[in-house]
Design a protein around this ligand. Structure first.
Ligand SMILES: NC(=O)c1ccc[n+]([C@@H]2O[C@H](COP(=O)([O-])OP(=O)(O)OC[C@H]3O[C@@H](n4cnc5c(N)ncnc54)[C@H](OP(=O)(O)O)[C@@H]3O)[C@@H](O)[C@H]2O)c1
Length: 283
């Protein structure tokens, strides 16, 4: 699909990969609509976009709210008359030991990282079907393949997104609509500053342009799955070891970030208190 003159919606465009993707697409002649929550960041993006693509704009939206993704998409179609590409990029991290997470964490992660993408996709499909063409890009993570310590919820949200994308590969046959995902490795964005607990990963982080270029490859070359970075020996090795010797990966991850004994003791104490409360309630 040609990027020039395409109308593209990018979620999570106020920073990091989304910001660079929106800017790159606008520089390539697309009309870009960037969605996120932080109005001041979006104002900066809007100025950047409109310098090269005057019809581009931004929209404040909290995708954690049910219905927000659909409303954002319908707003784009109402204003620009079409939608050629949807980039589901918005996400929140969740880097916490399972002992520290609760149901509310799970609800937010799944809503922003998975359900908002589903909602936007379901709203986009009839528009793209009427047009006879379209492209949906879901921004996933290596964390869906090799779930790092403290990332059960985040990894699960991205694994759900991957399964959804793979289902689209089958269901969109004959529709003219393409779906693809970008499997993102470590990229140097502010997502790392938002982690609740310190990450054990100390390796290289790649510039966000690497992920933006991968997103463009999905759109232009109709690729189903692209890694970002494209050629990373360590990511490819990790995937191969995961497939051939999953026990080795488990061992490596445990060594990389052992569960602190204090965290386990605190969790045990909470569990004991909970058991005593239940006994008192039953009595
Ligand atoms: N950086 C990495 O190492 C890495 C690795 C694997 C995968 N990824 C994936 O790459 C994508 C982009 O992440 P990034 O690294 O660029 O992180 P980022 O800079 O933190 O960007 C996340 C974007 O999502 C938006 N967002 C978060 N919650 C939202 C909500 N409730 N409603 C609307 N927008 C929301 C944020 O904007 P507001 O806060 O303004 O709403 C921001 O624009 C994500 O899907 C992430 O999972 C990144």
């Amino acid at each position: 699909m040609a990027i020039h003159d395409a109308v593209v919606l990018v979620t999570g465009a106020s920073s990091g990969i989304g910001f660079v993707t929106a800017r790159t697409l606008a520089e390539r002649g697309a009309t870009v609509v960037g969605v996120a929550r932080r109005a001041e960041r979006l104002a900066e993006l809007e100025a950047t976009l409109q310098a090269v693509s005057p019809r581009s704009f931004t929209q404040v939206s909290d995708l954690a709210e049910p219905g927000a993704a659909r409303a954002a998409l319908e707003g784009v179609v109402a204003r620009l008359g079409r939608l050629d590409v949807l980039v589901n990029n918005a996400a929140v991290p969740k880097h916490k030991l399972i002992w520290h997470t609760d149901q509310a964490d799970a609800e937010v992660v799944m809503r922003v990282n998975f359900l908002a993408a589903v909602e936007a996709t379901l709203a986009a499909l009839p528009v793209m079907l009427r047009q006879g063409a379209g492209c949906i890009v879901n921004v996933s993570s290596m964390a869906a393949r090799i779930v790092p310590p403290r990332e059960s919820l985040y990894g699960a949200s991205k694994a759900a997104l991957d399964a959804f994308t793979e289902g689209l590969w089958s269901d969109l046959q004959g529709s003219g609509i393409h779906a693809g995902s970008v499997i993102v490795g470590p990229i140097d964005t502010e997502i790392w500053d938002k982690l609740e607990e310190p990450p054990a990963y100390r390796g290289r982080k790649h510039p966000p342009q690497v992920a933006a270029d991968a997103i463009l490859r999905v759109i232009e070359d109709r690729r189903h799955q692209v890694m970002a970075p494209r050629w990373s020996f360590s990511l490819r090795l990790a995937r191969a070891v995961r497939a051939l010797a999953p026990g080795l990966v488990r061992l490596g991850l445990r060594r990389m970030d052992p569960v602190p004994s204090a965290a386990l003791q605190q969790a045990r104490a909470r569990a004991e208190r909970g058991a005593k409360r239940n006994q008192a309630d039953d009595a």
